[in-house]
Design a binder for this molecule. Structure first.
Ligand code: FES
Length: 339
């Protein structure tokens, strides 16, 4: 079995190589390196002075050579190769062996552990190596490393199905009333109503409701001498005159309130005791005779008679014109002495 080199031996060998390199004397076989060669080798060749190591690679090569030579010297058989395979091969192995010094493990055996530790340390899941060794030496169990929180897998949520809102009664009524069907019925109903109204209007044509042409105006006593009554002017278009200024006779007669010029309605001016037409200024005396303005003739009388009940009755269906001598007709006046 090849002897496992401890870390201290490896370091010693490295220091010895450095010391040999610093000496100016002809190279002598290194203490650590020559000894195994002299002891173990069958002395085929004199030991060559060890070349001065120039770097870590040289040191590692020398260490490997020492290890291999020692193994062969100790056993003298080629079966010692497995032991040589356990020798450190890289700085990582050396460091792994250094870390595993306390446990006495070979650098080769510590290689997987070192790689794992390095991987974990690089992952940031382990405390520093020194802290871990201190905990191990103190007999404590290294603090448990908190496992990284597992990322929660968020599955995409299915959107809730959209439920159409239930229409309210007002919305339903608005939809019905504003629908094209409802609008069409509304237009049809409005058109039908308009046609019915026009038909009703056609059934009642325009007509003027005039007062009757014959009517009673009251007893003669209601019309004293020298007065003009306008009581029926607005409704019936007549003046009731009781005067004695026409040929000196006391008469009660009825004048039509129509201007003989162009048909306007004159006004009775009590202060001036005349009828005055507002259209062209024609003037008429209280007896109806024209005296100013464009009126060509006197006002017209209408029929009047004393009825059986003692009241005066007017008949507008008959007219009496003074220029035609019709005022002499007994139907155009009533004796005023009975008033
Ligand atoms: Fe009366 Fe012309 S209508 S004056």
């Amino acid at each position: 079995m090849a002897k496992k080199l401890t870390t201290e031996e490896i370091l010693k060998m490295s220091r010895a190589n450095k010391a040999d390199q610093s000496d100016t004397a002809p190279a002598e076989p290194a203490a650590g390196a020559a000894a195994p060669a002299e002891d173990s080798a069958p002395a085929k060749e004199p030991a060559k002075p060890a070349a001065a190591p120039k770097g870590a690679a040289d040191i590692m090569a020398a260490i490997r050579a020492k290890g291999a030579g020692g193994a062969e010297a100790s056993s003298g058989k080629p079966e010692a190769k497995p032991a040589a395979a356990a020798a450190p091969k890289s700085p990582a192995d050396i460091m792994a062996a250094i870390r595993g010094k306390g446990a006495g493990a070979a650098p080769a055996a510590a290689k997987p552990a070192a790689k794992k530790a390095t991987a974990e340390a690089s992952a940031g899941n382990l405390p520093p190596v020194g802290e871990m060794l201190a905990q191990l030496k103190a007999g404590k169990k290294p603090a448990a490393v908190e496992a990284p929180a597992k990322p929660t897998l968020k599955l995409p949520t299915r959107p809730a199905p959209k439920v159409a809102p239930q229409p309210t009664r007002r919305a339903f009524l608005l939809d019905v009333l504003l629908s094209p069907f409802a609008l069409a019925w509304t237009v049809l109903a409005a058109t039908t109503g308009a046609w019915v109204l026009m038909l009703a209007r056609f059934m009642f044509p325009n007509m003027i409701v005039e007062p009757p042409t014959s009517f009673k105006i009251g007893p003669p006593s209601d019309f004293p001498l020298g007065t003009v009554s306008t009581k029926y002017t607005a409704a019936n278009g007549i003046w009731i005159v009781h005067t004695n200024q026409y040929k000196g006779k006391d008469l009660i007669y009825v004048l039509a309130s129509v201007c003989t010029h162009l048909g306007c309605t004159p006004s009775w001016l009590e202060g001036e005791q005349k009828f005055k037409c507002p259209c062209h200024g024609s003037g008429f005396y209280i007896n109806g005779m024209n005296f100013e303005g464009p009126a060509p003739r006197p006002l017209e009388r209408v029929g009047v008679a004393l009825s059986s009940d003692g009241t005066l009755e007017v008949d507008k269906s008959v007219k009496f014109q003074e220029e035609k001598g019709q005022w002499e007709d007994a139907k155009s006046f009533v004796d005023g002495s009975i008033a």
